[in-house]
Design a protein around this ligand. Structure first.
Ligand code: FMN
Length: 226
């Protein structure tokens, strides 16, 4: 698959087959992805690749916290306030997903099931947790680097017919993740990425998320003579 096709074909996968992803394939993906750029080549990432019992225990622990109403306490504090066009795109995504999943606004049970899937890493056989060292905080440029790495993982996964979903709900209870992975307090848990073989019959996987036309997000300067 060439790069343009990979960029066009990558999409968030929210339903997976139960088949395990071989460790060797995950290794190949991560070996390719660590070629991502980072500020001053600092390579601020450390990854935890979790599968099997430990991942199931994390899912279970997350659900216990969620259903008990425990307030989320992620290592990184989300400061984004979505307004105007950003808010609209966020709402549009939820509408699209709920329509595909046949979830109505009033259906609290299905809405709650959907939320629980987020905390179960969409039942993927593997979740990759990206961390960075606490000494880097406030880690603005390192956040950028981890984002580059995350995208590289998602693109490279396509080469092995794997699907991914970057998942911020998956890091809401870092104490649960630490309990089952031994990630030290000194490593900040930045994001999780669910990875596995897509279940193409899963309705939400049919999503084709919109993008703003390029003309609305580009400003071309000094091109009048070219
Ligand atoms: C930092 C980040 C966090 C995300 N967290 C979630 C999440 O918690 N749950 C989810 O379903 N999708 C999550 N996504 C996926 C986005 O919803 C998705 O990338 C966006 O809707 C565009 O769709 P696409 O990935 O299919 O192109 C996240 C993506 C990013 C980059």
């Amino acid at each position: 698959m060439n790069l343009i096709d990979a960029l066009a074909n990558r999409k968030s996968i929210r339903g997976f087959k139960p088949d395990a992803v071989p460790k060797e394939i995950l290794g190949e993906i991560l070996k390719a992805a660590v070629n991502s750029p980072s500020v001053m080549n600092s390579q601020p990432w450390e990854m935890y690749i979790v599968t099997g019992d430990p991942l199931d225990q994390i899912r279970q622990g997350n659900l216990e916290k969620l259903t008990a109403g425990s307030p989320p306490n992620p290592d990184i504090k989300f400061k984004e306030k979505f307004e105007h066009a950003h808010k609209k795109r966020q709402v549009d995504l939820a509408i699209q997903l709920f329509k595909l999943m046949d979830i109505t606004r009033e259906d609290q049970e299905k809405k709650s099931d959907w939320m629980q899937r987020e905390f179960r890493y969409f039942d993927a056989p593997t979740s990759i947790f990206l961390t960075y060292d606490e000494t880097l905080d406030p880690a603005y440029l390192s956040y950028f680097d981890l984002g580059c790495l995350a995208h590289a993982i998602c693109l490279t996964a396509l080469n092995y017919k794997l699907g991914t979903c970057i998942n911020s709900y998956g890091i809401m209870y870092p104490e649960v993740i630490r309990k089952h992975t031994d990630i030290p307090e000194s490593k900040k848990i930045f994001i999780s990425i669910a990875i596995g073989y897509p279940d193409w019959d899963f309705p939400a996987n049919k999503i084709a998320s919109d993008r703003e036309p390029l003309k609305n997000v580009t400003n071309w300067v000094g091109f009048d003579r070219f």
